[in-house]
Design a protein around this ligand. Structure first.
Ligand code: AMP
Ligand code: ZN
Length: 455
């Protein structure tokens, strides 16, 4: 039986709650975006895939979604990277922003309604900080303006802080000249190492802290109270905890009604992260012969709140599963079979998986069951699968037999490599293999000679 109500796990109450948007039929959604100082890794991308299926599910269930996602284009990391590469901050952040957006497109992630760059909302951040100073929630220290958590009601409710050992370690990076270990910088006064990254403000020239960026941008576009805020679980503390404290102190209203956090993509040694040095990127998967859709399929198989261990074996299995689906869809497109119309039954099942805290792995199972139900009228079955695909994003509509033609230039490279191998010029042969790969083709040596396939 379908529940007819969408329930979402809210990190704030640590329970599944029925979802009631502030405005009937509409959802305001803010997703913490990337810090654009390097190529996103697969862990980051898992979180954006989670945002995507959440948004698609809400739309499938009939809501109109306004989604805002920010680009953190000024903070310690972006400034350091621009200096290390000897290019202006804006040039650096635009480069990584473009790469990030290309990853989203490749993964068939729907673009947010608004993408906001932190550097384009500095006046809003300054106004917010001025309000906090006026209301005595913020104070001036030697190196910046700080938020005083002692003044904040319910500080740390989201992270269950009062029940947790208040770890000094976790906030070490934020420690400046402050009154309380958990106080955090709203504004950092200009330091010589910041170079030309500085904005004027009545309380002193400088740049915003990371947390204030998201509060200012989300409230500007979605209002002082909005429905859903997302991020991966590592953002729960301190980032989201601090966003709540400063926003609610400034407005006196409840900031966000539902906090949704995604689980990590992990490797054997723990979370995939740049600091552990265990990262893989989407372009890297593509050069190894995988499609972005294979990674998307892998992520769909695990619920967004569970952690997902990445390995090339798992990715290979997802690739096989995706390719099987594709073959069956292509077959179905060529079939005319007048079976029963089971649309309603499968649609009810599919909807109830989404209503159950966006259970995409279960939704995928309903999709597969529908696909394999040969007693279900083929045309109606295909139409329903295309409808389900509005959530899954596997691009069912575009699935067709691909006739791969190897371009003449690539054929010439393959020929040249064969000649290099025949004359034992191994280094030359390796260079040619790389050039074939760069052209988008993968070459395997078989007993019948070289086999060339599109990556
Ligand atoms: P950053 O660009 O570092 O601000 O991170 C962008 C997003 O990716 C944030 O929501 C992070 O919480 C998330 N993230 C970072 N590492 C992982 C991971 N291994 N698995 C899932 N999400 C991650
Ligand atoms: Zn954020």
């Amino acid at each position: 039986m379908a529940k007819h109500v969408l329930t979402l796990y809210n990190s704030l109450s640590r329970t599944e709650e029925p979802f009631k948007p502030l405005k009937k039929g509409k959802v305001s959604l803010y997703s913490c975006g990337p810090t654009v100082y390097n190529q996103a890794h697969l862990g980051n991308l898992r979180t954006y895939l989670f945002n995507d299926v959440l948004k698609r599910s809400l739309q499938y269930l009939g809501y109109t979604v306004t989604q805002v996602m920010n680009m953190t284009d000024v903070d310690d990391k972006t400034i350091k990277a621009s200096q290390a590469q000897g290019i202006p901050l804006r040039a650096l952040t635009r480069k990584y922003e473009d790469l990030f957006l290309a990853d989203l497109t490749a993964l068939n992630i729907l673009h947010p309604t608004h993408i906001t760059r932190a550097t384009e909302y500095i006046p809003e951040m300054i106004t917010l900080i001025e309000t906090l100073i006026k209301k005595k929630y913020a104070y001036k220290a030697q190196d910046g303006i700080y938020f005083s958590i002692a003044k904040s009601k319910n500080y740390g409710k989201l992270a269950n802080l009062d029940k947790q050992k208040k770890s000094q370690e976790r906030i070490k990076g934020d420690e400046y000249d402050k009154q309380h270990a958990h106080d955090f910088a709203l504004w950092k006064f200009h330091m010589p190492e910041d170079g030309d990254v500085v904005w004027p403000a009545a309380f002193g020239p400088g740049r915003p802290g990371w947390h204030i960026e998201c509060s200012a941008m989300s409230m500007k576009l979605l209002g002082t109270s909005f429905d859903i805020h997302t991020g991966a679980i590592d953002l729960l503390f301190p980032h989201h905890t601090n966003e709540i404290a400063q926003s609610e102190a400034a407005t006196g209203k409840k900031f966000v009604h539902y906090w949704l956090h995604g689980g990590f993509l992990t490797m054997k040694e723990g979370k995939m992260s740049k600091s552990l040095g265990n990262i893989h990127t989407l372009p890297e998967l593509i050069t190894q012969g995988y499609l972005p859709a294979h990674y998307r399929y892998l992520c769909l198989q695990t619920h967004y709140r569970s952690s997902l261990q990445f390995s090339f074996e798992n990715l290979e299995a997802a690739k096989q599963a995706y390719e099987r689906v594709k073959r069956k869809i292509i077959e179905l497109k060529a079939t005319t079979h007048k079976g029963a119309d089971k649309t309603k039954d499968y649609q009810t099942q599919f909807t109830s998986t989404l209503q159950n805290d966006i259970n995409i792995p279960a939704a995928l199972q309903v999709f597969l069951k529908t696909l394999d139900d040969i007693s279900f009228n083929s045309q109606k079955r295909l139409a329903l699968l295309e409808h389900f695909d509005e959530v899954l994003g596997l691009e069912v509509k575009n699935m067709k037999e691909e006739k791969v033609t190897v371009p003449k230039a690539v054929q010439a490279l393959v020929q040249a490599r064969e000649e290099a191998r025949a004359t034992k010029q191994w280094a030359e042969a390796d260079i040619l293999r790389t050039r074939i790969k760069e052209a988008g083709f993968i070459l395997t040596d078989t007993s019948q000679g070289p086999k060339v396939e599109k990556i």
